[in-house]
Design a protein around this ligand. Structure first.
Ligand SMILES: [Zn+2]
Length: 248
């Protein structure tokens, strides 16, 4: 992706960070500093975002490793302010394989949350919920909660988000890939509009996610339509691969 900085390689996959993500970190650091007038608190706030996006990278690696089991390579992973994108060469056309690839990302966050839960329980590190704020206290506990939020949010049936891919895969088992994609894309675009409306009132990030989901659903539905029209699977693979999975 343009305007991205390479962070390094994980399990043979290049990991990039988009410059808008770095802007977000700088903005949040400044925002926390303004709110608390305390450099330490601001740095802790930024460290938390970095830790959270570390979990997002692991989530994307989950998708990438599962795709790798089916012989599909991952071009790269990029971090954006709205989440991470693992660019797979393609999505498996076998619905059961797509189901496993889609579930592998959220499964990583379930494991992270479980590890943090066990760690917190073992060390007696739990803080009463009312003492937790966006910028202070209970670092690991907040990280645990946000990993659970990541699982729940990504499993919403907002194709092409993970939950939407699960929906398409399940529909494809009964209706075929073409109809399944059309239905999942419609549901996804409905969800995207809902994100936009909720985002307008509560969180502008949700508006960007809504736009991303809406356009993503449109692009993939169009591509599957075209593949069906061409009818020849050997032609399909010469199309520019645009498929990717994204997650917050
Ligand atoms: Zn995902």
């Amino acid at each position: 992706m343009k305007w991205s900085l390479k962070l390094g390689k994980l399990l043979g996959i290049d990991v990039y960070v988009h410059f808008t993500f770095l802007l977000l970190l700088a903005f949040l650091g400044f925002y926390y500093w303004r709110a608390t007038q305390n450099v330490d608190a601001a740095l802790r706030g930024v460290a938390f975002i970095v830790a959270l996006f570390g979990c997002v990278v692991l989530h994307e690696l989950g998708h990438a490793l599962m795709a790798g089991r089916y012989g599909i390579k991952t071009r790269d992973i990029t971090l954006l302010p709205i989440g991470g994108i693992a660019r797979l060469e393609k999505m498996p056309e076998n619905p059961l394989q797509e189901l496993w690839v889609a579930l592998a990302g959220p499964a990583v966050n379930v494991v992270i949350a479980a590890v943090l839960l066990v760690g917190l329980a073992a060390t007696g590190g739990f803080t009463p919920l009312e003492e937790i704020s966006a910028t202070g206290g209970a670092f690991w506990q907040r990280l645990m909660v946000l990993n659970i939020v990541l699982v729940a949010f990504n499993l919403l049936p907002a194709f092409p988000m993970d939950g939407g891919r699960v929906l398409r895969a399940r529909l494809a088992m009964r209706l075929g890939r073409r109809r399944a994609t059309a239905i999942a894309a419609n549901v996804g675009q409905g969800m995207a509009i809902l994100f936009g409306i909720i985002g307008f009132f509560y969180n502008p990030f949700l508006i960007f996610i809504g736009i991303f989901v809406y356009l993503g659903a449109q692009a993939e539905a169009g591509m599957v339509e075209m593949q069906s029209a061409l009818g020849d699977p050997s032609t399909v693979h010469s199309l520019p691969p645009k498929l990717s999975t994204r997650s917050l």
